[in-house]
Design a protein around this ligand. Structure first.
Ligand code: GLV
Ligand code: MN
Ligand code: MN
Ligand code: MN
Length: 411
């Protein structure tokens, strides 16, 4: 395949590699990937790295009421051009999902300064808190609280696997959970938000392009299925006498795949808890979380309805009770309008693609002009230690982001 020529000069390699290397050490568990969860000591180390990067550049740094970090080039104020992403990860995550956007943001600032660019509007680099929802189960907590799309009372009560609430975790990190919630002042300052992110598929790899622009995010959500059966002895209870919740759960996993295939979407059970968790006991309860995504809301609804119907039928067959609850549902996002056209004007002929992955830019898009740039991922693998982007592509991403910021902040 012929590589599309990107004639924009790439950002210099050495500063990127140096900045990347310092960040890459934090929360790395080698072959087990990254474990960077909100408000843990690893998160605090990531936040320290961010503050240090701001300080190195003489940028003022602040933490907003919802735990998001902002580094400012220029006086914080309305109409700012904001860029950045998140630093937290899924369990066993890769190095790029989130951090690439934050590192690229700082390096784009460097590039503009080296070129003597003098923005007419402030530029801010942001690190949104708890994007993955790996610890408390709800994704994009920082941006959802900021925009008022997550109820602060509900957020404070979210619990991690050890029973610690978000409020307690925040207090443990010297943040005030009473202050969380829609932050009009912080939101008003955002004139536009541009998030650069590693691509989480092979779209750009297939097109031979290092950088693309997002067109849309699929509607998606998380649902919890709780199967209640009856614990009993694994060595003495006859099969016919059991009320084993693992059986309808297993049937539901298979039904999810089938519903996704039939309707043309995606459905995954990536997390489950089986109780009491003894090898020699028929389980009493299975809690399982469905992640479903689809190109449009009607398809998403059809998939989830299909999974739920299958869960109810299988539960009835095995004399198990099932409860289904939506934990979070994110409507579709169109990155349309003026901002996307303007970015395409700056970047020229770059691919435009939709994604099934959720992002803070998707949350912000309902409130402020928002856009995303994707950097090629040669294998498409993400949410895995194998996630990768070539440094040359990352440098092309920094250069593209710098060009976009210059256009937005200087005119
Ligand atoms: C976040 O990365 C998500 O899309 O689940
Ligand atoms: Mn992710
Ligand atoms: Mn991400
Ligand atoms: Mn995400």
């Amino acid at each position: 395949m012929t590589e599309r020529v990107d004639d924009r000069p790439r950002a210099p390699r050495e500063p990127f590699e140096r900045t990347w290397a310092a960040l890459a050490k934090i929360g790395d568990r080698g072959a087990e990937g990254y474990h960077r969860f909100a408000w843990t000591p690893v998160d605090l180390a990531l936040r320290g790295w961010f503050q240090n990067q701001a300080q190195l550049r003489g940028m003022s740094c602040e933490r907003d009421r919802n735990g998001n970090l902002w580094a400012w080039w220029g006086r914080p104020g309305p109409g700012a051009v904001v860029t950045g992403s998140h630093l937290d990860s899924v369990p066993g995550g890769g190095a790029f999902d989130g951090p690439l956007g934050v590192v690229s943001a700082f390096l784009a600032v460097d590039l503009l300064r080296a070129r003597g660019v003098e923005p007419a509007r402030p530029i801010a680099v942001v690190d949104f808190a708890d994007e993955e929802g790996a610890r408390f189960g709800v994704a994009c907590v920082g941006s959802r609280l900021l925009t008022g799309s997550l109820d602060p009372e509900q957020a404070r009560g979210l619990r991690d696997a050890g029973g610690v609430t978000l409020a307690e975790a925040m207090r443990g990190a010297a943040a005030d959970p009473a202050a969380i919630g829609r932050d009009e002042q912080a939101l008003e300052r955002v004139g536009a938000f541009v998030e650069l992110h590693v691509e989480q598929g092979r779209g750009l790899a297939g097109l031979g392009a290092p950088v693309g622009v997002a067109s849309a995010i699929w509607p998606h959500g998380r649902w919890r299925y709780a199967f209640h059966g009856a614990a009993d002895h694994a060595g003495t209870t006859r099969l016919a006498d059991r009320r084993d919740p693992a059986l309808p759960f297993a049937a539901t996993v298979l039904a999810a795949r089938e519903a996704a295939r039939r309707h043309g979407g995606l459905a995954t059970f990536g997390r489950a808890r089986i109780e009491p968790g003894a090898t020699n006991a028929v389980p009493s309860r299975v809690d399982a979380w469905l992640d479903a995504r689809a190109p449009d809301t009607a398809t998403l609804t059809a998939i989830v309805d299909g999974v739920t119907a299958a869960a109810r039928a299988a539960a009835a067959e095995h004399r198990v009770r099932v409860e289904v609850a939506a934990e979070s549902v994110t409507p579709p996002v169109e990155f349309g309008g003026e901002l996307r056209d303007r970015i395409r004007g700056v970047l020229g002929e770059v691919p435009v693609l939709a994604t099934g992955a959720g992002h803070d830019a998707g949350v912000l898009a309902a409130h402020v002009p928002s856009a995303m740039l994707f950097v090629r991922n040669p294998t498409g693998v993400s949410h895995s230690p194998a996630e990768h982007a070539e440094t040359g592509d990352c440098l092309a991403g920094v250069a593209a982001l710098a060009a976009v910021l210059a256009d937005l902040a200087c005119r």
